[in-house]
Write a protein that binds this ligand. Structure first.
Ligand SMILES: [Fe+2]
Ligand SMILES: [Fe+2]
Length: 309
């Protein structure tokens, strides 16, 4: 079976840009179209948190509208930008999600050859995550139920140190304790995370833990420990986890093709402008892209109703 992982969608309200720069709703629409066009088409999509940017009802309504276009079924867990009670309210019809007043958005999906466990690592009003005693016990119990079923766990905060210091400051508390739990259950073939907006892989807990690129913007690879929040205008991607009983789990990055609006931005640059462009720092580039998006998006036949400026 094939599982597409999307993460850090940061969906915003209809008349907004994420951080005043990124048309993340358009980016998600492009990602959905990309997944639907894959051959073979994924059997399932897992979305590992930061589904919305502020966790508002309107943002979840836009998210629902965008995800309704996905052909495979999608399974959601929250991230630090989400609000679990609003998520559960707006997606109340989803049969795999717990009741609205559930303390956490945890569940196990049993219908595929690879068992999927969604874990809620969020702490309301905080950017860091936590695997508390209650969550560790829940995970241990679920894994003990089916020791012979190969299992993929997905969650927002990675349980390992990434080396990108300002992201680690908003990392997972209790990661070491979770590692002890996972190490006891040999059927776990992957712990697939989001939050970092970059791909990463590490041997962890007797298995492999990974993070995935974002569908909206990436985070600068900065291992100096000196910088704070930095965007990187790197390609957006979906992670494609391919499960085969004989070969195990193989993970690919499937890049989301730049939309017509991005191609238009680059193609319309004269040679002089391109040179100037390259000489500018990336924040100017982001501002340039924002202005160009503003000018062009409504005329290019994309989901302009989801992006009104
Ligand atoms: Fe994020
Ligand atoms: Fe996050």
């Amino acid at each position: 079976m094939n599982i597409a992982q999307i993460t850090d969608l940061h969906v915003v309200a209809r008349d907004r840009l994420c951080y005043g720069i990124f048309p993340t709703n358009v980016h998600l629409a492009q990602t959905v179209a990309h997944i639907n066009s894959l051959d073979p088409r994924p059997d399932a999509v897992i979305a590992s948190g930061d589904l919305t940017d502020h966790g508002s009802s309107e943002e979840y309504q836009v998210l629902r509208e965008l995800l309704a276009e996905l052909i495979p079924p999608v399974f959601l867990v929250p991230g630090n930008h989400d609000r679990r009670e609003i998520l559960l309210e707006e997606f109340a019809g989803a049969d795999y999600l717990p009741a609205r007043d559930a303390p956490f958005v945890h569940y196990a999906i049993e219908r595929f050859p690879l068992r999927l466990i969604g874990l809620d690592t969020t702490v309301p009003e905080h950017h860091h995550g936590r695997m508390c005693e209650q969550r560790l016990r829940w995970l241990d119990d679920r894994l003990s139920e089916r020791p012979d079923s190969p299992t993929l766990i997905f969650m927002h905060h990675p349980p390992f140190r990434t080396g990108i210091q300002w992201m680690d400051a908003a990392g997972l508390h209790g990661g070491r304790l979770m590692e002890e739990v996972v190490r006891r259950h040999r059927q776990v073939v992957r712990v697939a995370c989001g939050h970092i907006h970059r791909p990463m892989y590490v041997a962890w807990g007797g298995t492999i833990a990974s993070t995935s690129p974002s569908t909206c913007h990436q985070v600068q690879l900065n291992l100096t420990g000196r910088n704070g929040f930095e965007f990187a205008m790197e390609p957006r991607a979906v992670q494609l986890h391919v499960w085969d009983n004989s070969y195990g789990l193989i993970s690919h990055l499937s890049y989301v093709p730049a939309g017509y609006e991005e191609i238009a931005v680059l193609n319309n640059l004269t040679a002089d402008a391109r040179e100037k462009f390259l000489a500018q720092n990336r924040h100017d580039y982001q501002e340039f892209c924002r202005i160009e998006y503003d000018k062009r998006i409504g005329t290019l036949g994309l989901k302009s109703s989801l992006y009104r400026q």
